[in-house]
Design a binder for this molecule. Structure first.
Ligand code: NAP
Length: 319
């Protein structure tokens, strides 16, 4: 029997390349996409290119609790189990000047990149528990290197718009905060679901070619930058291959709660939140260390508690 794989944001960039890779390997791919209309032609092209008819398109806005619940209901009506869950979709709009809230009143990058993935995972744990070798993968970024700066903190006090009008808004900073939070969630979730044999890891993505649609969505300044960077960036298929390896290869079978770099190497935590300047240079110039911020129990619990409280009314109904 083929594996069932959910890939969020599978209509573009790395997610689309991953849908192609898993389909070519014979898996049943669920493309969980925000717009059915925009994704339908991609689904049809993937079916043609791979010769795999088991590519299912389902609507999911990962920033919306209502959409996540509806997606899970439809998924569980059709599928008994889930083998792999790949949280690839993300919100980043370089140059966006406004602090935006999701429809559930959570800062939009946090809603899309952290709380939505948390809720989707929690609701799908029973299906993942039925799989032979279940795994979850989170798409992270090298942007989390900014947390080597001891002053850098996730803005937990501003997740509901508390300081939206008082603090300077920087969409790139909030994206980085949300991706660090996603990595913290990876570590904590891996601990929580270990007994269910579910592996949870994160991939630190470096610089991958952006799709024309993604570039068109950027502000003018970042559009120019992206066009200049694109020729020297890696193709999306390189990360898609890594998604596949991390989720399925025996090389990663014992890897859990880890951050893996874009070369497939399991990264190590820096030893101190305030590294000596020489050590800091070593950390910043190597691609094998992540900030010790991610090992701090206070922050790990803070992310978990925030997600738990934000989704409490939905998850308490499940018990
Ligand atoms: N490319 C890079 O250099 C790079 C570097 C570091 C990390 N990453 C990470 O890699 C992942 C893939 O990035 P990419 O470069 O392939 O980006 P991309 O081509 O812009 O794809 C992003 C995908 O996320 C989807 N998405 C956004 N908001 C969503 C929502 N609310 N609900 C459902 N889907 C939503 C988009 O759907 P729509 O088409 O509907 O907008 C799109 O399919 C992301 O997690 C990103 O943070 C990428």
């Amino acid at each position: 029997m083929s594996r069932i794989v959910i890939i969020t944001g599978a209509n573009s960039g790395i997610g689309k390349a991953a849908a192609q890779k898993f389909a070519l390997e014979g898996d049943h791919v669920i493309m969980a996409c925000r717009s059915i209309q925009r994704s339908r032609t991609i689904q049809q092209a993937l079916i043609r290119n791979t010769g795999n008819n088991d590519i299912t398109l389902m609507q999911l806005d990962i920033s919306s609790f209502a959409s996540i619940q509806q997606f899970v209901q439809q998924f569980t009506e059709r599928f008994e189990q889930l083998d792999l869950l790949i949280h690839n979709a993300a919100y980043l709009k370089h140059g966006e000047p406004r602090y935006l809230l999701s429809e559930d009143d959570i800062e939009l990058s946090f809603a899309t990149n952290v709380v939505g993935p948390y809720l989707l995972t929690q609701l799908l744990l029973p299906q993942l528990g039925k799989a032979k070798q279940p795994a979850i993968l989170h798409a992270c970024t090298t942007n989390i290197k900014h947390f080597f700066d001891p002053k850098r903190q996730i803005e937990f006090d501003n997740m509901r718009g508390e300081y939206a009008n008082q603090r300077i808004f920087n969409s790139y900073k909030l994206y980085g905060d949300s991706k660090m939070a996603l990595f913290l969630l990876t570590i904590k979730l891996a601990e929580q679901v270990k007994e269910q044999r579910i592996r949870v890891n994160a991939l630190q993505i470096n610089r991958v070619k952006l799709s024309p649609e993604t570039i068109a969505n950027l502000s003018a300044r970042y559009r120019i930058l992206a066009r200049l960077q694109n020729p020297t960036s890696q193709p999306p298929s390189s990360m898609a291959d890594l998604y596949y390896d991390i989720c399925t290869s025996t090389n990663y079978r014992d890897i859990n709660g880890s951050l893996i770099n874009h070369r497939g190497i399991v990264m190590k935590a820096a030893t101190s939140e305030k590294p000596h300047p020489f050590q800091l240079i070593r950390y910043l110039t190597s691609d094998q260390y992540y900030p010790a911020y991610a090992t701090n129990r206070t922050y790990l619990d803070q992310v978990w508690d925030f997600c738990e409280q934000a989704t409490d009314t939905i998850l308490s109904k499940q018990i």
